[in-house]
Design a protein around this ligand. Structure first.
Ligand code: URA
Length: 188
């Protein structure tokens, strides 16, 4: 049974009021995540960027547009998955998250996972992977599933990497075909 405080809207209200780390001082909006509360697939990135901080919505900047495209190529819409990040507030100048920020924020993500109970949690990029399952080299991790604590994770590169290194775009696309087969959905 899902405990009352694991209802997604209540978790998101708590995030909106959160002052557990210094990022609350510099944020414009919290970015709790969005999508279906019954999603089969949950996608976890690193942290909000400028556009996400402005709008309060996850993955709506350049890497977000790429992610949306990659999802549509395997027959998924943003509305039917749930998209979020390890951090719910933007680090200044998009610097990497600090350990204390990850530690402060991770309980929200764990509660989101418990509430949604997705079949697969896709971790995009090294921060999501190391925060949830420990350090992996992306070159080894990408395209692989990893099961722990009754949860099934799938690992790939962050779409921001595809913006910097175009070859990574092909790798992500190939990885997503593996995911598509596991979810047993259409797409091409
Ligand atoms: N990158 C992320 O990891 N998360 C976002 O919400 C946007 C960009």
């Amino acid at each position: 049974m899902i405990a009352v405080d694991d209802r997604l809207d209540l978790i998101h209200e708590e995030i909106a009021r959160c002052t557990k780390c210094a990022l609350h001082e510099t944020r414009t909006h919290t970015v709790p995540g969005e999508g279906s509360p019954n999603a089969r697939l949950m996608i976890v990135g690193e942290a909000p960027g400028a556009r996400e901080d402005e709008t309060g919505r996850p993955f709506v900047g350049r890497s977000g547009n790429l992610l949306t495209t990659y999802l549509s190529e395997i027959g998924l819409t943003r509305e039917e998955v749930f998209i979020t990040s390890v951090l719910k507030c933007r680090p200044p100048r998009n610097r990497s998250p600090h350990r204390n920020e990850i530690d402060a924020c991770l309980p929200y993500l764990i509660r989101q996972i418990m509430s949604i109970q997705p079949e697969i949690i896709m971790l995009v990029g090294g921060v999501a992977i190391s925060s949830l399952i420990g350090p992996w080299k992306l070159a080894d991790a990408h395209g692989r599933f990893y099961e722990a604590n009754g949860l099934k994770f799938f690992m790939t590169y962050h779409p921001a990497a595809a913006l910097r290194f175009p070859k990574i775009a092909d790798v992500i696309r190939q990885d997503l075909q593996i995911l598509r087969a596991e979810l047993d959905i259409g797409g091409h």
